[in-house]
Design a protein around this ligand. Structure first.
Ligand SMILES: Cc1cc2nc3c(=O)[nH]c(=O)nc-3n(C[C@H](O)[C@H](O)[C@H](O)COP(=O)(O)OP(=O)(O)OC[C@H]3O[C@@H](n4cnc5c(N)ncnc54)[C@H](O)[C@@H]3O)c2cc1C
Length: 382
């Protein structure tokens, strides 16, 4: 039972100030939706997961997911800022008390943005434990060299989480060991050992190639124990998967609503096109699949909030919701005929935006590989 009506209404009211014309203009200009992100920050929604002791709202992943769902359901795109919610989880769970006190209240107050994480690399891709960026300790600092790709929002963030290898692969027993997580203060790093090259991409997503050339990171910015970073990053992935599943559910609802409305209004051959089963059934089927994915999303979120293992459910929610939103996107575009391709209907923009979630933050194949191995007990396939 979804009993978040007040929360939904409040987020929806904020989103109404940023209508289709707003998002279209950002898309056309390839601009970052700064005014929207600022408004969401000021209203406190992006600090939903920060505990009250550090100035946040102290809500659960369930509520956080409702917030992002509403953004996407209203026609917006949470991808501009969703990482602010889940990136700080690594700091919260594994950071020192001093790190948490220094950064989390600032993030909660909207004075600092922590919404960038640099994990993916161009040569190793999904095979994360083989990443090549190194961080070598020299006295009271680490010196970082290497390259990342698809590092999103880095130009609109003050802080960034970085996963780098601190012990060479040949010297660890397991590939997942010897990786460490650092909190990089972008304000002191850009132009001083770190440079950024934007990647123009299909949706209007602020994402970049990042190059490290002897970047110095103070040793005090290491999060948790050296060598345990991969585990910390994995820990945060369940929250990320659940939140993105909710965004896809939001997208799915948006597509179904738009398709339903258009199918009921558009008259061709003297009848509304939605009277034809060939038009009506794909929309109905898409809605059914969005509903089913939503159940898995709430199940995963409830387990997460209860502190229970939820790896399988979080992955299933992400896969089902990404599939459902993509199916709904196709049905919506097809229903609109030629007008689906016209920017002013927003369908082609949302179509591009939701397509991303078949690939990022984890591709559908890698989720199936996880289920095959960890849930069904089949041999590891990758
Ligand atoms: C817009 C955008 C924003 C992003 N933002 C971030 C970010 O902020 N931070 C970050 O660290 N990363 C980010 N990413 C990276 C994203 O997480 C990766 O693109 C994704 O994990 C896939 O990795 P890859 O692109 O290297 O694909 P690859 O690993 O090269 O895979 C390519 C294809 O092969 C398939 N494949 C690979 N190996 C196997 C296998 N063993 N079995 C079956 N299929 C396989 C994959 O499923 C995929 O379809 C972003 C990506 C995009 C496009």
């Amino acid at each position: 039972m979804d009993d978040h009506q007040q929360l939904r209404a409040a987020v929806r009211a904020l989103c109404q100030r940023f209508d289709g014309a707003y998002w279209r203009a950002q898309d056309e200009a390839r601009a970052y939706p700064e005014a929207f992100v600022q408004a969401l920050t000021e209203a406190g929604w992006l600090s939903a997961l920060i505990p009250e002791a550090y100035g946040g709202a102290g809500l659960g992943v369930t509520e956080a997911s409702v917030i992002l769902e509403e953004v996407n359901r209203s026609g917006g795109n949470s991808g501009a800022c969703h990482a602010q919610m889940y990136v700080m989880g690594t700091l919260l769970r594994h950071g020192s008390e001093d790190q948490k006190r220094r950064y989390l209240p600032e993030v909660a107050a909207g004075r600092l943005r922590l919404q960038s994480f640099a994990v993916t690399e161009p040569t190793t891709g999904s095979d994360t434990t083989r990443l090549r960026t190194t961080a070598v300790r020299q006295g009271e600092r680490y010196v970082v060299n290497g390259q990342k790709v698809w590092t999103s929002r880095v130009q609109h963030s003050d802080l960034m989480l970085l996963l780098a290898r601190t012990t060479p692969l040949e010297q660890v027993k397991r590939r997942s060991e010897g990786l460490s997580v650092f909190l990089v203060d972008l304000r002191h790093s850009l132009g001083r050992g770190m440079s950024v090259r934007p990647i123009r991409n299909m949706p209007n997503h602020e994402t970049n190639e990042v190059f490290f050339d002897n970047l110095e990171v103070p040793a005090e910015n290491l999060i948790g124990e050296e060598g345990q970073g991969f585990r910390y990053i994995l820990d945060g992935m369940n929250a990320e998967r659940i939140l993105i599943a909710a965004e896809c559910v939001g997208d799915g609802h948006w597509f179904v609503e738009r398709a339903t409305r258009y199918a009921s209004e558009r008259v061709v051959f003297d009848r509304p096109i939605g009277q034809n089963q060939g038009v009506q059934f794909p929309i109905a089927r898409a809605w059914v699949n969005v509903q089913a994915a939503d159940l898995m999303r709430f199940k995963a979120a409830a387990l997460f909030d209860a502190g229970q293992p939820c790896g399988a459910e979080a992955n299933m929610a992400k896969l089902l919701a990404a599939d459902a939103s993509w199916e709904a996107a196709n049905a919506c575009l097809q229903t609109h005929g030629g007008f689906g391709f016209a920017a002013e209907y927003d369908v082609e923009r949302k179509f591009r935006e939701t397509r991303l979630y078949q690939v990022a933050p984890v591709s559908t194949n890698l989720i199936l590989a996880y289920i095959g191995q960890h849930v069904l007990g089949m041999p590891r396939s990758y």
